[in-house]
Structures are given as structure tokens and as C-alpha cells.
Ligand binder design. Structure first.
Ligand SMILES: C[S@@+](CC[C@H](N)C(=O)[O-])C[C@H]1O[C@@H](n2cnc3c(N)ncnc32)[C@H](O)[C@@H]1O
Length: 227
């Protein structure tokens, strides 16, 4: 039996998926690369079945080989496709996207929002860990009726990775500038003294200070904070 150990970051993504799923029937890992998350999800009994998708042939082939080696190929299907294209979303699916850019996630979720039956979509949970552009992703979710159920931060080797749990409700809402950049739920966790969130916000403060030199919106945000 192959023993796969997920990184702290991917373990946190999988734990979050398991604890927020509306059903344990199926997890879909978009941008699955090596396929480790799906293999651990099914081998560990957290989900009954899994789907891996990757836009590139090589990673999709690696995942396929891994599932065969682990005897999981009857429970985990692998597709070489863009996002969720060609995947039939069913009630209670849990979709994970980690390590993709926020704008890529926006494209993928945007296509699902158009094609998927809305009642089915309401039962789907998305666990998103964008490697960049989380602020654009939050605005897209708010503008398109996806509620942010939870946000958290995981650290690995000195890097802070934000993650959010979202699902379609159909209710659109507005985000303040500060909620867009810092996260509505992370802001609440900051107030209640979450130590990782506090460290993460210190990093964001300095990142945004640098970016504000060429970004009017961020300059406005920092002026608001300074008041
Ligand atoms: C940086 S890796 C992240 C792998 C893994 N999810 C993780 O978090 O460690 C990104 C993977 O997503 C794949 N990818 C990028 N855009 C994609 C898309 N639109 N649809 C499916 N896969 C995509 C890449 O080929 C690559 O294997």
C-alpha cells in the first residue's frame, strides 16, 4: 500500500472539505496535479468517490497511475479537462480548487453557474485556496450569489495560505473595501483574536502598502484604515 502524506496545506484543505461537505458521496479536485488529495480523501474514508481534473495531460496521467497503484481506480476517475468542463455536477458534490489563481477559479465557477441546475448548485460546496487574486474572487462570489460560509488561513514553511468555503444561494451582496481585501470572516476571526489570522493580516498590511504605490483602490483602503 502506498502511503501518501499530505502537506499541512493540503491536509487543511481536505479537512475543510470533509467538515463542510453536504454529502460524503463525492469530492472533485480541480487542478489535482499528482492526485494526492483525492487519493487520501477516498483511501481515508472521508469521501466514497472522487473525481480529479487537470488541464494538462502529464498530471492527469500521474493521477491515473496513482489510483491504479493504490487500487482506487474503481472509486476515483481522472479527466484531462479545463476546470469542471464535461463533469456532471450532482447533488451534494464537494469541489476543491487549490493552487490555481483566483481569476482561473472565477472562470471555472462562472461556467458552472451558467450550466448547472440551480437547485443542484445550492447543495454544492466549493473549497477554494487561490494562490493569488483572492480579492477579485471574493467580489465575484458576492456579485454572483455565492455566500462565503467560512474563511481560514493555514501556514506552511512561513507562507500563509488563505482558504474559503462557499456555496450558491442566489443572494447577491456587497462587500466593503476592507472585506474585499481582508475577508469578511477573517476580519471577524481577527477581532476574536485568532493568532494565525493576526499574523496573516500583518503580512497583508505590508503587501498592500507596497502595492498601494501603483493602485488607487488600495491607497483608498489604507487611508480608511489610517483614520
Ligand atoms: C500549482 S498546481 C496545484 C496542485 C494541487 N491542487 C495543490 O494545491 O497542491 C496547479 C494544477 O492545476 C492545474 N490547472 C491549472 N488550471 C487548470 C484548469 N483551468 N483546469 C484544471 N486544471 C488546471 C495545473 O495543470 C496544475 O497541475
Amino acid at each position: 500500500m502506498i502511503d501518501i502524506r499530505l502537506s499541512d496545506r493540503l491536509s487543511a484543505v481536505l479537512d475543510t472539505a470533509a467538515s463542510n461537505a453536504t454529502s460524503k458521496e463525492r469530492i472533485i479536485d480541480v487542478g489535482s496535479d499528482h492526485g494526492h488529495l483525492a487519493a487520501c480523501a477516498v483511501a481515508g474514508g472521508l469521501f466514497k468517490t472522487a473525481v480529479c481534473t487537470d488541464i494538462h495531460k502529464d498530471p492527469a496521467g500521474k493521477s491515473e497511475a496513482l489510483m491504479k497503484d493504490m487500487g482506487l481506480d474503481d472509486k476515483v476517475s481522472v479527466f484531462c479537462t479545463d476546470g469542471l468542463d464535461g463533469i456532471d455536477i450532482v447533488e451534494g458534490d464537494t469541489v476543491v480548487m487549490a493552487g490555481l489563481g483566483g481569476n482561473n477559479m472565477i472562470d471555472i465557477i462562472g461556467r458552472v453557474r451558467t450550466s448547472c441546475d440551480k437547485e443542484i448548485l445550492r447543495s454544492v460546496r466549493f473549497i477554494l485556496q487561490p494562490q493569488k487574486s483572492i480579492e477579485a474572487l471574493r467580489v465575484f462570489l458576492a456579485d454572483n450569489g455565492f455566500k462565503i460560509f467560512d474563511e481560514s488561513v493555514v501556514t506552511e514553511r512561513g507562507i500563509y495560505y488563505p482558504m474559503l468555503v462557499t456555496g450558491y444561494t442566489g443572494d447577491k451582496y456587497d462587500l466593503t473595501l476592507r472585506q474585499k481585501y481582508y475577508g469578511p470572516i477573517l476580519m471577524e476571526k481577527y477581532v476574536t483574536g485568532d493568532s494565525i489570522v493576526r499574523e496573516y493580516f500583518i503580512r497583508l498590511d505590508s503587501r498592500y502598502k507596497l502595492r498601494a504605490r501603483g493602485d488607487e483602490e488600495l491607497r483608498k483602503l489604507l487611508e480608511e484604515v489610517d483614520v
